[in-house]
Write a protein that binds this ligand. Structure first.
Ligand code: AP5
Length: 192
């Protein structure tokens, strides 16, 4: 199974991807995690990305595509993957199609988790307190939501038009959301 997980910041992509990884036995590829690892390791790429991420802007398409190409060159992605955090704009969506086509692949569905903004702000304020993620400050969260509306929301329409979109209610307990995703990706379920 090859899945793309979409949704606003704090919609639960990372949390559900970690569960889906075990359920589907395919790797979870989070571009946010890949970038945070570069930042933590202090690599030149990490140094370039650090401030951009802290304020909630998008890191350059070129950096992201380079990271993604490297990740998809590894054997473990051949049997499937859960891609979380990419694509975040239409240029990235086109780049993903091209990259997968060059590998003789495509993906099965783009799963969009839908959560209202009030709940998102509450969740990320909780994580800011618990984990201190720099981009969970109220100012960065506001900016990330704006960037999502302006740049990432068009990707949802793109996948709808291409018959790839599955919309899942992301409100409720972790188990409830997970069950909904699993139902939505069953063979025969209406995608598009
Ligand atoms: P990234 O790490 O992808 O951040 P994000 O999309 O803002 O996602 P989050 O991790 O905040 O939210 P999530 O939807 O994964 O929710 P989670 O499960 O964590 O990207 C960070 C930055 O990297 C970007 O801003 C950008 O700068 C850069 N970047 C990454 N990819 C890029 C790309 N493709 N192009 C350019 N730049 C890129 O849950 C959030 C919280 O809610 C957690 O505390 C969780 O425990 C809680 N929670 C989850 N589900 C529930 C639930 N059902 N009920 C209650 N609480 C819940």
């Amino acid at each position: 199974m090859r899945l793309v997980l979409l949704g606003a910041p704090g919609s639960g992509k990372g949390t559900q991807a970690a569960r889906l990884k075990d359920y589907l036995q395919v790797p979870h590829i989070s571009t946010g995690d890949l970038l945070r690892a570069e930042v933590a390791a202090g690599t030149p790429l990490g140094l370039q990305a650090k401030e951009v991420m802290a304020r909630g802007d998008l890191v350059s398409d070129e950096i992201l595509l380079g990271m993604l190409k490297e990740r998809f060159s590894r054997e473990d992605t051949r049997a499937g993957f859960i891609l979380d955090g990419y694509p975040r704009n239409l240029a990235q969506a086109a780049a993903l199609d091209e990259l997968l086509a060059s590998l003789g692949q495509t993906f099965d569905a783009a799963v969009q988790l839908v959560v209202d903004n009030e709940q998102i702000i509450e969740r990320l304020a909780g994580r800011a307190k618990a984990e201190g993620r720099e981009d969970d400050s109220p100012e960065s969260v506001r900016h990330r939501l704006k960037v999502y509306d302006e740049k990432t929301a068009p990707v949802i329409d793109y996948y709808r038009q291409h018959g790839k979109l599955v919309t899942v209610n992301g409100m409720g307990t972790l188990d409830e959301v997970f069950t909904r995703i699993v139902e939505a990706i069953q063979p025969g379920h209406d995608i598009g």
